[in-house]
Design a protein around this ligand. Sequence first.
Ligand code: ZN
Length: 368
Amino acid sequence: MNNYFVILAAGKSKRFQKKIPKQFYIYKNKEIVDHSIEKSVGTKLFKKIIVVTNNIKYFKKKKIHNSVKILKGGKERSDSSLIALKYLKKFKPNNILIHDAARPDFTIKLLKKLLNHLKKNIAVVPYINSKDSIKYKFKKELFNLQRENTYLAQTPQAFKFRKLYELAINEKNKITDEATLFINKNKKIKFIKGENTNVKITFQNDIRVNKTFFGIGFDIHRLKKNKKLYLGGVKIPFHSGLKGHSDGDVILHAITDAILGAIGKKDIGTYFPNTKKFKNIRSPKMLKPIIENLYKSNLSINNLDINLICEQPKVSKYRDKIINSISNLTNLNKDLINLKGKTVEKLGLIGKEKAIACEVVISITKYE
Ligand code: ZN
């Protein structure tokens, strides 16, 4: 495995009409560029992943996997691509995949297919046919192009490193993808069927949204001496823990119920009844399968708003830890999780520190 993956994320996104660069816009729970990074890291197919960007500051606050290298980009896409190739030369790569960060929806299946075809080819490029009729203007004349003979080239595109390097270093013109280098020099490209869902996000309305749902979750558990206290999946030092069939984690239970509420799938007790099987179950184990099913159905969480209702412990002391934990469990960007602490003026069960309650509101969107 001597494969390297390059993600080009240096575009200026002039057509996107948002203040932040497109690559950092939140799409399906995370910044657009993170989709490509996480997928390429997750496959373990690549020795190194190179991200070329002109927005290094956006990466400073991210936790970056140690196989990922961030490089400062150039003026044009082709400059950024060349910067990555020059950096990688010393590693003597066999295979290289070049990808535009603006396509977050490629599949791992496609990556494997590209690498497979690269065994017998020097350049492998995924394409789809146009759905629109294409006219081509040459000098002052217009031509009709046959749809079935037109190739819309996508990324990632896969190459033998040495050949690509040689062509790229000698190219004087601006190019919009690496396939162009091969076509300009009449070199053979193996075109393979791309993916209709692997859309390039150029304009803001390329992000197609189907429908948004809301859900509400509430939970309360009594406090009990000599039990460990878990809130949001975090163990909190406290004189008591929460009594219940499980670890009594009110935050995770309320989140689970809010999700189920939003998608109309009853409640947590339906999936995790008070049976022997689930005795003392940790709540992350209950939340996880619900989250996995959610993402499999192309649903994604927009945000979570949480009220933790108790006198003690003080939420402010554990807020970051709890948000981190929820972010890991839900695969949701931390900025989309809000946690508020609420006391009840020492009133009632909660005020006398005999119970802790939690309420959650969630928004979930189904993407096309
Ligand atoms: Zn509960």
